[in-house]
Design a protein around this ligand. Sequence first.
Ligand code: ZN
Length: 281
Amino acid sequence: MRIKNIVQTSIGFAAVLVFCSLFAVGARAASLSSYIAYTQATGSFSVLGSSESDEASPDALIPGKAPGRDTQSDKKIVYLTFDDGPSENTDAILSILKQNHIHATFFVSGMYPQYRHLIKKAYDEGNTIGLHTETHKYDIYRSEDTYFNDLNQIAQIVKSEIGFVPAYVRFPGGSSNTVSRNYAQGIMGRLAAELNKRGYQYYDWNADSTDAAHSEDAVDDLVKHATACNDNNVVLLCHDAPGKGTTVQALQRIIDNYRSRGYTFRGISRNSYAPHQPIAN
Ligand SMILES: [Zn+2]
């Protein structure tokens, strides 16, 4: 009699356990299906770019949890980065990236609103979107408030295009700029600390195509400067803006050069190297 009771209790307990685990598996499958999409045309599964919600994107801003590592990984990786766009050159840049089956990072601005839709196009094609500036005027460095007002404006534009605010930022002029001294002493140090506190990371560069200096620099010069870095992780500064047509022309040669040296190409993600230049103001 006693043995029968124990057996019955055990069977009951086991049934409850099975029921609970089935329920858990079901719930997990349902939550996964909400952010994994099946693309019929290519016959592949992909993780939806978090256009759905902030939590779904690994690239989204999480207050207090800044992404980025301050050391390089031992893999040879180039992070192509394009500042100031989207612009009249974005489509051409995207085509080259697509032809090469690689991704880059676009630190976007609000300077050319007619091309704003290209933020979403770049993102949908697998590239990383970061925040640069709405106005690209250096007087944003007058105070923390003026800087963050400008950053919030571009953040909201990006959110309206891709559904979330990315955690990746590039300062106009980089963190080591000295032009900000004209507006506020010590502002860059304060902004860098505050960005990290809010959950953003800023990315300077350790390779420079030098395309910021003039309009339409010679392609040979751009390739030479852009490919001069031998670090394992190369964060290369380029510009996506009017007057930077030769950057587009140089791009394939830059890609070919690094490829021949064993590098692969990636968009910035949460664990990528975040180079920081010495803050000078
Ligand atoms: Zn810029």
